[in-house]
Ligand binder design. Structure first.
Ligand SMILES: *Cc1c(COP(=O)(O)O)cnc(C)c1O
Length: 302
């Protein structure tokens, strides 16, 4: 399926009685609807990289990720859609024996998977090692794990163009911080950004993102308390939240990112953390393919 980034992206407003007394409007920017696999922010982080690979006349995209990585499968799908070969360097040798649904999907999309020990994988930013990959696998355009590079941030900044002009707040889930930093740089400084980190101890991301954040724009903060046990972990409470949310709004959320963001955001609204008349846009960044591993717990099939 081709990707047409020029199609309008819907905003679904939550019509929820309890929002009324808080006098806020809350809409979800449905980046999840861009493409079933290259969904959400992953497409924005990839699009400038794909252009660069093409302009450098490289025929292969090579990238990195764990066995459940949305970025890996998005890269595989984008490579297929745009006529590139793809190579995925997978963290952990154990994954080779029992490939996850995500890795199987990558392979079906034509991605060559290379399994690395955790020690090998740690070299993923070492220029000499990356050079040696070129010798081993042929010339390739290398995209860092999670699309964490300048073109990735620039692409993420383009999400700003899909926000309504009177939006006052943006909320989003934060993994590597690439989307947050790219969007913060591109967004009107008057719009406040709240990032919900999805791993334990997410405050380290503040330091990680700082080099990429314009100093004058402090209109942002990270919320670190809604990790529900840690990265890619879940609790019964989170699953109940996801099922309730689906029943009420018919919007599926992924358990790794968007469910945590949305649970946190609704909590903060309840706790009066947003001023009256706020117009909040939450980014639905997709990632629904990740729900495969918990599908028996969910009341819907995606
Ligand atoms: C990767 C991902 C994120 C986090 O994006 P970063 O740019 O790494 O912070 C959020 N939501 C979904 C669904 C993702 O797959």
């Amino acid at each position: 399926m081709a990707i047409n980034p020029d199609v309008p992206i819907d905003i679904t407003y939550l019509d929820q009685e309890w929002l009324l007394p808080h006098q806020v409007r809350l809409g979800l920017l449905r980046l999840d609807q861009i493409h079933p696999v290259i969904s959400g922010n992953k497409w924005f982080k990839l699009k400038e990289n794909v252009q660069l690979a093409r302009s450098q006349q490289l025929e292969t995209l090579l990238t990195f990720g764990g066995a459940h990585s949305n970025h890996l499968v998005a890269t595989a799908a984008a490579a297929q859609a745009y006529g590139f070969n793809s190579i995925g360097m997978v963290r952990g040798l154990h994954a080779a024996a029992r490939p996850t649904a995500t890795l199987q999907h990558c392979a079906e999309l034509g991605m060559q998977l290379v399994y690395l020990s955790r020690e090998q994988y740690r070299q993923k930013e070492d220029p000499a090692w990356l050079q040696s990959l070129g010798d081993q696998f042929g010339p390739a355009y290398i995209i860092p794990e999670g699309g964490q590079n300048e073109p990735g941030r620039a692409g993420a900044g383009q999400i700003a163009g899909y926000l309504p002009p009177d939006c006052t707040h943006v909320a989003l889930a934060v993994g590597s911080g690439t989307t947050f930093a790219g969007l913060r740089s591109a967004l009107d400084p008057d719009i406040h950004m709240t990032g919900f980190t999805v791993m334990k101890g997410g405050s380290y991301l503040e330091d990680q993102m700082r080099p990429y954040l314009p100093e004058a724009r402090h209109n942002r903060h990270l919320v670190t308390g809604y990790h529900f046990g840690g990265f890619a972990r879940h609790t019964p409470e989170l699953i109940t939240f996801m099922n309730d949310f689906y029943r009420r709004h018919h919007i599926p959320l992924d358990f790794v990112y968007n469910a945590k963001m949305m649970a946190g955001l609704l909590d903060l609204i309840r706790l009066h953390q947003f001023p009256a008349r706020s117009h909040i846009i939450a980014l639905h960044t997709g990632g629904l393919q990740g729900n495969h591993s918990i599908s028996p717990l969910l009341e819907w099939t995606s």
